[in-house]
Design a protein around this ligand. Structure first.
Ligand code: NAI
Ligand code: MG
Length: 351
């Protein structure tokens, strides 16, 4: 029997609605599959928690989380209560940084039954591996002078270790998929870090002879996400490029409410964190109409991470059968409630 302990942080807004739904699905999976069990502990860390305690999580919050196999997060942010940069940096970014979650994985796939905003929808199924710890999002830099002499400098940081780590992760995923990796570069315009990125990519590619590799400049690559997303398998990108590409990936799927993500710790020292791409959706929070698929698909990524890839694949097939049969929430053109979608998924899981 395999046990997985999960720290659940529903957070704010729709996070509080979709996390319990995904937990119901995980419990149903362990009911059906005798060899796997989950234990869940809920942590109330959120903007409401901040109002009461003056911090997003307790001083020993990370220490508490460290004991778990995995962190399952909904969404954080309620700008009416706490400024977004305070809530984000006080919880989410803290966990990502301190727990060395240096890889961010975001799949984008056209699910049957969900209308893509692309006028000519394509049958795409791609995976973006984003370097999540350095790159353009560094704290190195500063500002000087006032008035018209004002000046700001922001340095990008690309280490051999960090770059190689993200690329190897991408190649290893590609080995299990359609065996192709595309590198997002911009070495024609960014003349120090990006040629370095390209060199590392060429070196790493040699270690994966079964996987084909190519490089695309990020501007063209973004356009290809719209014109021919079906050509991609795995894409490896720096922190900034990956951030932008993955929002585009979520957009072409039809709704941010279905997009899943994982923040992976690769050295095994700390738990990884699984969270959907969407935020707390204050405009629809509390109405029971949030799409739970992003969170449930995120649970699938967690299953994959614990080596339960067969179960993960099965869960995604069930999600897709549900959308294909027209069980859709409002964001994707339907009228079903959050819990009705989950109920349908669980019914099919138990068949
Ligand atoms: P958002 O993702 O919360 O909402 C954008 C749009 O997508 C809204 O129209 C919303 O209704 C819709 N949407 C999002 N999730 C949905 C779901 N599950 N089902 C149906 N529709 C859904 O992004 P927004 O509005 O920019 O941010 C709201 C708050 O969330 C802010 O406080 C922000 O800081 C926070 N946020 C947190 C993130 C996280 O915890 N990882 C990520 C993005 C934003
Ligand atoms: Mg983003």
């Amino acid at each position: 029997m395999k046990h997985v302990s999960i720290a659940a942080i529903p957070g704010d807004g729709v996070g509080k609605e979709v996390v319990p739904e995904a937990i119901r699905v995980l419990k149903a999976i362990s009911d059906v599959h005798g060899g796997l069990s989950f234990t869940f502990q809920d942590f109330p860390w959120s903007c409401e928690y901040y109002l009461e305690h003056g911090e997003m999580m307790p001083k020993d919050g990370l220490e508490q989380l460290k004991a778990f196999d995995s962190i399952f997060l909904g969404a954080v942010g309620d700008a009416n209560l706490v400024p977004d940069h305070v809530s984000l940096w006080g919880l989410l970014i803290k966990i990502r940084r301190e727990f060395e979650q240096v890889i961010n994985v975001r799949p984008a796939k056209q699910l049957s039954g969900i209308r893509s905003p692309l006028a000519q929808p394509k049958d795409f199924d791609l995976l973006v591996v984003r370097e999540n710890g350095e790159g353009e999002y560094s704290e190195i830099g500063g500002r000087i002078y006032q008035g018209e002499d004002q000046l700001a400098i922001q340095n990008a940081v690309f280490s051999r270790k960090g770059t190689e780590r993200a690329m190897r992760f991408a190649f290893q995923l590609a080995e299990k998929r359609r065996k192709h990796v595309t590198s997002a570069t911009k070495s024609n315009g960014i003349v120090h870090t990006m040629p370095f990125w390209d060199e590392v990519f060429q070196d790493v590619a040699k270690d994966y002879p079964e996987v084909t590799a190519d490089s695309q400049h990020i501007d063209a690559l973004s356009a290809f996400f719209v014109t021919r997303p079906e050509k991609f398998d795995v894409i490896v990108a720096s922190n900034l490029f990956g951030d932008i590409l993955t929002d585009l990936g979520a957009a072409i799927m039809g709704s941010i409410g279905v997009a899943p993500a994982a923040n992976i710790n690769v050295n095994g020292k700390y738990p990884s964190m699984f969270e959907p791409v969407h935020g707390s959706a204050p405009d629809i929070a509390g109405k029971g109409i949030a799409n739970p698929i992003g969170q449930i698909w995120t649970a699938k990524l967690m299953l994959d991470h614990f080596g339960e890839e067969e179960l993960g694949t099965h869960l995604l097939e069930i999600i897709e059968s549900v959308t294909a049969d027209g069980f859709l929430t409002a964001d994707i053109g339907g009228a079903y409630q959050t819990q009705e979608i989950t109920n349908e998924i669980i019914t099919r899981l138990k068949k």
